[in-house]
Design a protein around this ligand. Structure first.
Ligand SMILES: [Zn+2]
Ligand SMILES: [Zn+2]
Length: 303
């Protein structure tokens, strides 16, 4: 069996949560490491902390990709950006940071740099290269958006109700592939992009039965997210080697949300392949022997 450290692609789920502040599930963020590249997909709340726990210095990121600009996917970026250029072991970025995202990425970069102008000015005294504090934005559209060192990132459109444009990503390297759905309602474009991929990381949302008829959740929230039954249909068409749920939206009735187990049970009614619930710091190594799953949090708990 391939040693996990040598896997052609390593995926680390940094944040599997939603806008709800949750110490167990940070904001959306996924680290993909391949061919020596560290690529970050979304940077929700706490991304810098989880990157550090995953052993990836903030200054070692080669590029950041955004699926869309909802705050639960971007709120952690300011820290990733600014702490990454501090000349300490956790930072040390010497070059501009490239960020890729939908229309609006230029304004996002400009606003971010404007907000931290004072920080840049102060730190320049500490002989920080100004280059290191720059963001270089690239606007994405459908198709290949990044192709370096044999790692190809392809963007595809998704449907996130009234929020547009939104994208998912497929990452290919050495004959292996990962697909990230981003936030989306059930969309055949995700299934098409994920056909026979090794790993499909897909969002999911479930409403507690007592809230089933709540107009806001039914007509707004669920219009932009994927139910377990819909996810099962997408998985059945795509047949990934492994499917993992992330961005798990559990809309409560009273104090209780639908359990993760109930989401898995509902999915299993329509899909006979393997589906696991993602958790923060879960690592998925993709190689010849399949997808090797390990969980830093679980290992810490058992230590
Ligand atoms: Zn969203
Ligand atoms: Zn979201």
């Amino acid at each position: 069996m391939t040693h996990p450290d040598l896997a052609p692609i390593r995926v680390t789920l940094l944040g599997t949560g939603t806008p709800q502040p949750d110490i167990e599930r940070f904001g959306s963020a996924t680290l993909i490491q391949a061919a020596g590249l560290n690529l970050l997909f979304d940077a929700g709340r706490g991304a810098s902390l989880r990157l550090t726990q995953a052993g990836c210095p903030l200054g070692a990121l080669h590029a950041v990709f955004f699926t869309h600009f909802h705050s639960d996917h971007t709120a952690g970026f300011a820290d990733v950006y600014t702490s990454g250029y501090i000349p300490a072991p956790f930072g040390k970025r010497r070059k501009p940071l490239r960020i890729f995202g939908p229309e609006g990425i230029e304004e996002f970069a400009e606003g971010m740099q404007m907000a931290f102008r004072g920080d840049v000015r102060e730190r320049a005294i500490q002989s920080l290269p100004v280059e290191a504090t720059r963001l270089v934005p690239s606007r994405i559209s459908e198709g290949v958006v990044f192709d370096e060192h044999g790692v190809r990132v392809t963007a595809f459109g998704t449907y996130h109700h009234d929020f547009a444009p939104t994208y998912g990503f497929r990452i290919d390297h050495a004959g292996f592939s990962v697909v990230l759905s981003g936030d989306t309602a059930a969309d055949p474009r995700v299934g098409d992009a994920a056909r026979d991929c090794d790993l499909l990381v897909h969002e999911v949302a479930a409403i507690h039965p007592s809230m089933q008829d709540d107009a806001f959740f039914r007509d707004v929230v669920m219009k932009g997210h994927t139910s377990p039954e819909e996810a099962a249909a997408i998985f059945s068409g795509a047949r990934p080697r492994l499917a993992v749920f992330t961005h798990i939206v559990q809309i409560p009735g009273g104090a209780m949300g639908p359990s993760v187990q109930s989401i898995l049970d509902r999915t299993a009614l329509g899909y006979d392949g393997t589906v696991i619930p993602g958790q923060d710091l879960m690592t998925l190594d993709i190689g010849e022997s399949g997808v090797h799953v390990s969980s830093a949090l679980a290992e810490q708990a058992h230590a």
